[in-house]
Design a protein around this ligand. Structure first.
Ligand code: GAL
Length: 334
């Protein structure tokens, strides 16, 4: 996908609109090159395929560290562009605007090809939730090998939100593939793992064990044969919303969302939440997460990745306000 540059005027409109939608300030600073988020040290945020956990007044952002040269895995019949797996980064913020770098939450390892966290592996889409019973912060992520056929969920835990996290190993839930994934902890403390499975054909929603460390045998198959990826789930006014992308590797495609009365479904498809020009390619991004703005009911941030597939470390972000028009989601790129 080509990284698009946005003009200064567009940029100002974006910032103004973000400010209007959610807080008195903008929710994200973007550089003049567009789609680069800077941390409080002025350095580009390196947190791709991100997830956010809100804990005791602080938002913690976790994402894939992408550093180094992009290469194409030989012998694949798709654009299998790869970059060394740099582990998982953490940033924190109290206002969703100023992000302080908190270091590497989960380190990758070098020259250990049999290790899930080796730089030669795939470590993608980390998500963290807090377990009130065990007092552990629990991270799940997609662990894979270069051909994406290892397809497992990795788990790591920590006593403190920013880490460091200790890796516990990986699993195929119910012996099923796990690729793009997210985690959801409901208000009752019950948590779910949601992931592209069955070779990306069908998504699964799996109930996690009470300690959040294991999948249970209770799971449902959703969006059967629809080939959906990059799940991003949130709740509004008692209903659950799940935004997914299509399946076209690092290239953008149309998002779609579904609504349900329960995380386990049934999920009713609603179509593309993006509106306006380039909505059919999610404004050149791929959704990764939806973060509620705490203490602002009805205000959400749609967090997308703007992949630069031939130079993955230069991939950017697109964070947009997600609004409701009655019970329909609308995401505009002003
Ligand atoms: C995308 C997926 C990304 C990454 C990529 C690899 O479809 O959403 O997280 O796995 O494929 O090509």
């Amino acid at each position: 996908m080509k990284t698009k540059h946005i003009s200064l005027i567009t940029l100002l409109i974006v910032i103004k609109s973000l400010a209007f939608a959610n807080t008195n300030k903008s929710i994200a600073d973007t550089s003049a090159h567009g789609r680069v988020l800077l941390d409080t040290d002025g350095k580009p945020i390196n947190a791709h395929g991100p997830g956010v956990m809100y804990h005791q007044g602080v938002y913690y952002l976790f994402g894939e560290i992408k550093n180094g040269k992009t290469w194409l895995v030989p012998g694949q019949n798709w654009e299998d562009y790869r970059v060394p797996a740099g582990g998982i980064s953490c940033y924190s913020s109290v206002d969703l605007k100023h992000w302080k770098y908190r270091g590497i939450a989960l380190k990758s390892v070098v020259n250990d090809p049999g290790n899930d966290l080796d730089t030669g592996r795939v470590i993608e889409r980390p998500k963290v939730i807090y377990n009130g019973r065990t007092k552990k912060f629990v991270m799940w992520m997609h662990i894979d090998k270069n051909d994406y056929n290892y397809s497992r969920g990795g788990v790591a835990i920590s006593d403190s939100p920013a880490g460091p996290y200790q890796y516990q190993g990986s699993i195929k839930p119910n012996d099923q593939m796990l690729r793009d994934m997210t985690l959801y902890k409901d208000e009752d403390g019950i948590a779910y793992l949601i992931y592209s499975s069955e070779d990306n054909n069908t998504m699964h929603v799996c109930l996690l064990s009470d300690d959040y460390l294991k999948p249970t045998t209770t799971y449902v198959r959703i969006f059967e044969n629809k080939r959906r990826e990059s799940p991003a789930i949130f709740k509004n006014k008692g209903k659950y919303y799940l935004i997914t992308s299509g399946c076209s590797g690092w290239s953008p495609n149309a998002a779609s969302y579904a609504v349900a009365d329960h995380v386990m479904g049934p999920w009713k498809e609603q179509g593309n939440p993006c509106k306006g020009s380039n909505a059919e390619v999610t404004f050149f991004s791929q959704g990764a997460f939806v973060q509620p703005v705490i203490n602002k009911p009805g205000a959400f941030i749609f967090m997308g990745d703007v992949w630069d597939k031939t130079n993955l470390e230069k991939s950017g972000y697109l964070w947009l306000p997600l609004n409701f028009n009655h019970d329909k989601i609308e995401i505009y790129n002003p």
